[in-house]
Design a binder for this molecule. Sequence first.
Ligand code: SF4
Length: 498
Amino acid sequence: MSRSYTVRTYGCQMNVHDSERMAGLLEDAGYARAEDPDTADVVVFNTCAVRENADNKLYGNLGHLRPRKVANPDMQIAVGGCLAQKDRDTITRRAPWVDVVFGTHNVHALPTLLERARHNEQAQVEIAEALEVFPSTLPARRDSAYAGWVSISVGCNNTCTFCIVPSLRGKERDRRPGDVLAEVQTLAADGVLEVTLLGQNVNAYGSDMGDRQAFSKLLRACGEVEGLERVRFTSPHPRDFTSDVIAAMAQTPNVCPQLHMPLQSGSDDVLRRMRRSYRSERFLSILAEVRESIPHAAITTDIIVGFPGETERDFQDTLDVVERARFAAAFTFQYSKRPGTPAADLPDQLPKAVVQERYERLVALQERISWEENRRQEGTEVELLVSTGEGRKDAATARLTGRARDGRLVHFAPGDATGIRPGDIVTVRIDRGAPHHLVADGGVLTHRRTRAGDAAEAGERPSGAPTTLGLPAFGAPAPEPAPATPSCGVPATTGGAR
Ligand code: SF4
């Protein structure tokens, strides 16, 4: 009987997608997904170094597993991801019952390391300093039948002072456009309707290839992929946000009218100390240009409150920009020190009480704006891609949940319609806007059954077949309290003022 596995994921969408690759690798090596994660033979932690107290949480979780490991030495524990890249053999020193530690650059080594640890009866710690195999070339066990992540680059060339990403994920490496498109086409051919292009700095794509317009070309090329209905991307950096990207968004029908672009601060002084090279007026001018070309675009952002040295005046600047920007939602974060980042050593770290008080004011402002913006949707007709697992109260309210093209979450009553599955497309009329979602209780206006819906119903997932092999693929190539400082990869589990 094959050994069972489970992967526990922390952090951003990059990690969520990397976990799909880890699962694919393990299934390729003969492991089977555990029916009950609590009894899995192999537990893999895909860690994040961005969240506050990430290390305490990891060691706490590892401690909980210790009795199982003692009772069943055949069970294995592996730790990968950013915290593993950072802490290396500290992990096996603090938790000697861990079997494998692997980093962000050698995800592909996971099955081999597990096998070697079993064979040698000794912990294996293997961290690479540079990317060995682009994760997108690895097999994947995708979680969704209707939406897929496609990584277009890894790493980041920026040096934002609050961010640990450059030291843990390395310099930006771009995948060749042909490889990206081949993966997008494979997903669409498998019935996937929505693709999200992923990168720490997604619109810097092409810097490896010396092509400043590579990202807009990629968006337009996605527009040609048959069957692909929705294209999203995350996260762009304001510094690299050029007009050709806005034109490509506006002119490519399947690119969704949605933009998530991190502001981080509305104070130019703070942006300077963060080493973010744009200024607030530049940020607002990009928003104005986007809205001129795509008037119905929903724009969301990330904001850090309480960066070292932030004065009340600086914070007021942030509030002013938030008021003017009219974000549909914002992920808000309280700054907290990250060892290994330049900002951790800056003077004038702010007292927690000050940060908390400002955070609450920002959240209240953004909630008001989000609610106002959502109420403007009342009476409009929207197309939804029906999703699974996003409406926690659906069972109690007899509603289903979907995402509008602009990314808004909509809870809807099916009315007389039956047989609506995740992955199907429906249209509804919005009755009510709430701060964090929209409600449509008038029943569905149209329902289109899709191949993605068929696959979801049958429990099938896209094949995730590798698109190419090895490094030659590179071109010349419900809210948690006070989420901690983010990088550009928005933590998938954060809340804040959405
Ligand atoms: S915050 Fe984003 S752009 Fe800045 S260094 Fe981190 S990943 Fe790069």
